[in-house]
Design a protein around this ligand. Structure first.
Ligand code: UDX
Length: 441
């Protein structure tokens, strides 16, 4: 099948590569000429395990191409994916200008029936806006004889396992009321729809809301758990035992109930805010979601408060080793990362930071540049040298079994603030550490 994808960000690039890999002919369009050039040379602008070799193979095989030529893209695909960014604007609602610009482009260049697929996370009602914008353009072209259908087909991939998520989706949501479109979308996804039928067809608005509901539910689980962790700490209970106790109930489950330093990333913060905003637009007060945000903001400051209390508010001149800067492991993404809230608070208190992350060093450099109070370290060990404490913000695999003796040797005081509950408190105390975790005794 011929497929065109507008936008070579996370979603577009992964989806395009995976569709090409099963044999579809995929053209990816992006306005950024530099990026397109780099992609043609097999350079993937994001760190995503498994993506680069797959992209190179499919490009070499001629199934995946990159272009800035929108007209060529519109001509190519019977299915046109819109996978461009929807950044939050000042009030938290998703900015649809890029999505609508692509809609215009498609209507401008199409000369036969097209299926337009909203893949970006877009507010409920966006498909209607895309349809309206396309109709306007077609009318202006005096080509309102041309037919098209707008489908909502939200993406559920997770950064760090995006390739696998895309290859083996748990569900494929297709929002359309047209049987022909359903048929075509089923054909497109047939290679991913084996073992059991993962396609769930629904009306467009329900599909759009499904994406927000999924992310908001997961964010709610995390904020809820962080709240219970705070309670556990104050009540003398252990959140790890509570987590296992409640997770064993299949109605609750073990997923997404890990307390920590608050959720970050490109999806949860943005999507929860956007749904609150959508609710506000129709005069509905999304009380639960507002509480989810409030708890998360506060949770991002808990490590700092623990550090500040430990040092009696005297942070000036202190140095902190930070392990983990990306918002979660296996990505270099630092959008809304709790590490940023922590570092900025430490700097404001006059402290210095020696930071290490397996992937996000370049991103940290890009965000903060050269400053006297930030040292970017090449290894997790060098970050420790002479620091007053170690702070773990992201639970990378390579942090799970560190050389504790070395940590003790390198730190001026054997103190660890662990924002991800990576170690057993008792063991740490036995090893001679002052050990702070989240929600544990
Ligand atoms: C998320 C959704 O999981 C995915 O389905 C959607 O398409 C996009 O948003 P992503 O943002 O890549 O994916 O990361 P995810 O693994 O979901 O983690 C999000 C944040 O929640 C991270 O900051 C993570 O550290 C935090 N988290 C996750 C917790 O604090 N506790 C948990 O139990 C799980």
């Amino acid at each position: 099948m011929n497929v065109t994808i507008f936008g070579t960000g996370y979603v577009g690039l992964v989806q395009g590569t995976i569709l090409a890999d099963v044999g579809h002919q995929v053209v990816c369009v992006d306005v950024d000429a530099d990026k397109v050039e780099r992609l043609k040379q097999g350079q993937v602008p994001i760190y995503e395990p498994g993506l680069e070799p797959l992209l190179k193979d499919n490009y070499a095989a001629g199934r995946l191409t990159f272009t800035t030529d929108a007209a060529e893209g519109v001509k190519h695909g019977e299915v046109q994916f819109i996978a461009v960014g929807t950044p939050p604007d000042e009030d938290g609602s998703a900015d649809l200008q890029h999505v609508l610009a692509v809609a215009e482009t498609i209507a401008q260049h199409m000369d036969s029936h097209r299926i337009v697929v909203d893949k970006s996370t877009v507010p409920v009602g966006t498909a209607d806006k895309v349809r309206a914008r396309m109709l306007e353009v077609l009318r202006a072209r005096e080509r309102d004889d041309l037919t098209f259908d707008v489908v909502s087909n939200p993406e559920f991939l997770k950064e760090g396992s995006a390739v696998a998520d895309c290859q083996k989706p748990e569900r494929i949501i297709i929002g359309t009321e047209s049987e022909d479109t359903e048929e075509l979308m089923r054909e497109l996804y047939a290679p991913f729809n084996r073992n059991r039928d993962k396609v769930i067809v629904m009306d467009v608005r329900s599909a759009e809301l499904t994406k927000y509901a999924a992310n908001c539910m997961l964010a709610t689980k995390i904020s809820f758990m962080n709240e219970i962790a705070n309670l556990a700490e104050r009540l003398g209970a252990d959140i790890e035992q509570v987590r296992q106790g409640i997770g064993s109930d299949p109605r609750i489950g073990y997923h997404f109930i890990y307390p920590g330093v608050g959720y970050g990333g490109s999806c949860f913060p943005k999507d929860v805010q956007a749904l609150i905003r959508t609710a506000g637009d129709i005069d509905f007060d999304a009380k639960v979601l507002k509480a989810v945000v409030a708890r998360n903001e506060e949770q991002k400051t808990t490590l700092f408060h623990k550090i500040n209390a430990h040092f009696d508010g005297e942070l000036a001149g202190k140095t902190f080793a930070i392990w983990g800067l990306s918002f979660k492991p296996n990505t270099d993404d630092m959008r809304e990362a709790p590490s940023r809230v922590l570092m900025e608070a430490l700097w404001a208190g006059g402290a210095k930071v020696q930071a290490y992350d397996p992937e996000a060093m370049e991103e940290t450099q890009r965000l903060y540049g050269n400053r006297d109070d930030l040292t970017l370290c090449g290894t997790k060990e060098t970050a420790l040298k002479g620091a007053d404490a170690l702070v773990i913000v992201t639970e990378w695999q390579s942090f799970r079994a560190p050389d504790f003796d070395l940590i003790k040797q390198q730190l001026s005081e054997p103190t660890i603030f662990d924002g991800r509950n990576m170690f057993e408190p008792k063991r740490m105390i036995n090893k001679g550490f002052t050990y702070y975790s989240v929600g544990r005794k």
